[in-house]
Design a protein around this ligand. Structure first.
Ligand SMILES: [Zn+2]
Ligand SMILES: [Zn+2]
Length: 295
């Protein structure tokens, strides 16, 4: 474990007004995640079986996204969750696509999805979004999260022609309210060297300066932790003020990185940060108590 002290001159602050505050997701984001998960699993990551599961989920999400009808650009935020049964149909199909990857004791749950009523799915989704984990059926958590990702991404892509809200320095996604999985330091273009927090739900990202904690806003005591020789493009940015950390991923060092996949693949860093006494800020909705995955 290496702790370094910190930001270099010139990479601290950016000139306001000239930067893109919010970046919308590409429609291929689930396919990209699938490929990255497969790559990391092939490289022998300790979570290879789970990465394979998430890859399969990503393939199913991509397929659903490509064939689902576009939302009208005027759709009210979150309307689908209350009014549309599309999300539950998607969730049932995601279950069908992944049932063969889960352990036998979880398979019954996945197989029972076609008979589940919509209020049951809605209660699961609301509990997951509110962080009420005791109310979430563990076997269902990744599927519910994947269905929510799919629907929020559909919603956000439908808004692509509408200028995103200017909500600087937000701790949560300005478009869907989701938590950040990680920050990404971009490698190219106008945004080169800037940090964008990446939404775990809709795949949008939003700018936040690198010189302060994304959780409490302080910048007095930031430090960076890496695991030597192990995916060093992922660093944990730790704040001495609030004792939280968030992972920061450097695209220049790993152009293929995908925030959710690379977060899953660096579980060892989370374990070390817990040992160091830091709590994680943000959330990876695909890393919640879930099914036992067959290896
Ligand atoms: Zn979002
Ligand atoms: Zn802090």
């Amino acid at each position: 474990m290496v702790r370094t002290r910190i930001l270099q001159p010139g990479e601290v602050e950016e000139v306001r007004g000239a930067i893109e505050e919010c970046r919308l997701p590409e429609s291929t984001l689930f396919a990209v995640r699938e490929q990255r998960c497969r790559q990391l699993a092939l490289e022998g990551n300790v979570l290879a079986a789970y990465l394979d599961f998430v890859a399969r989920l990503g393939a199913a999400q991509h397929e659903e996204l490509m064939k689902s009808p576009p939302l009208p650009a005027t759709a009210p935020k979150g309307a689908w969750l209350q009014a549309s049964s599309l999300v539950w149909r998607s969730l049932r199909r995601l279950g069908q696509a992944t049932v063969n990857l889960v352990a036998e004791q979880e398979r019954d749950y996945f197989s029972s999805l076609p008979e589940r009523e919509e209020p049951w799915f809605l209660a699961q989704a609301e509990a997951l979004l509110a962080g009420r984990m005791p109310d979430v059926v563990p076997a269902m958590a990744p599927l519910t999260a994947a269905a929510l990702q799919l629907e929020w991404t559909r919603y956000v892509l439908a808004q692509a022609q509408i200028p995103p809200p200017r909500n600087q320095e937000a701790e949560v996604c300005p478009l869907c309210g989701g938590q950040p999985v990680a920050g990404v330091i971009l490698a190219a273009g106008k945004a080169k060297g800037l940090r964008y927090l990446y939404c775990g739900l809709c795949g949008s990202s939003w700018h936040m300066v690198r010189s302060k904690c994304s959780h409490c806003g302080e910048g007095r005591d930031l430090g960076y932790f890496t695991l030597q020789g192990e995916m060093e493009h992922v660093r944990a940015e730790a704040c001495g003020d609030c004792r939280s950390y968030i992972k920061v991923m450097y695209q220049q060092e790993e152009p293929e990185l995908e925030p959710l996949a690379d977060d899953l693949a660096t579980l060892a860093l989370d374990l070390r940060m817990a040992e160091e006494g830091y709590a994680r800020s943000g959330m990876n909705p695909l890393f919640l108590p879930g099914p036992v995955i067959c290896s």
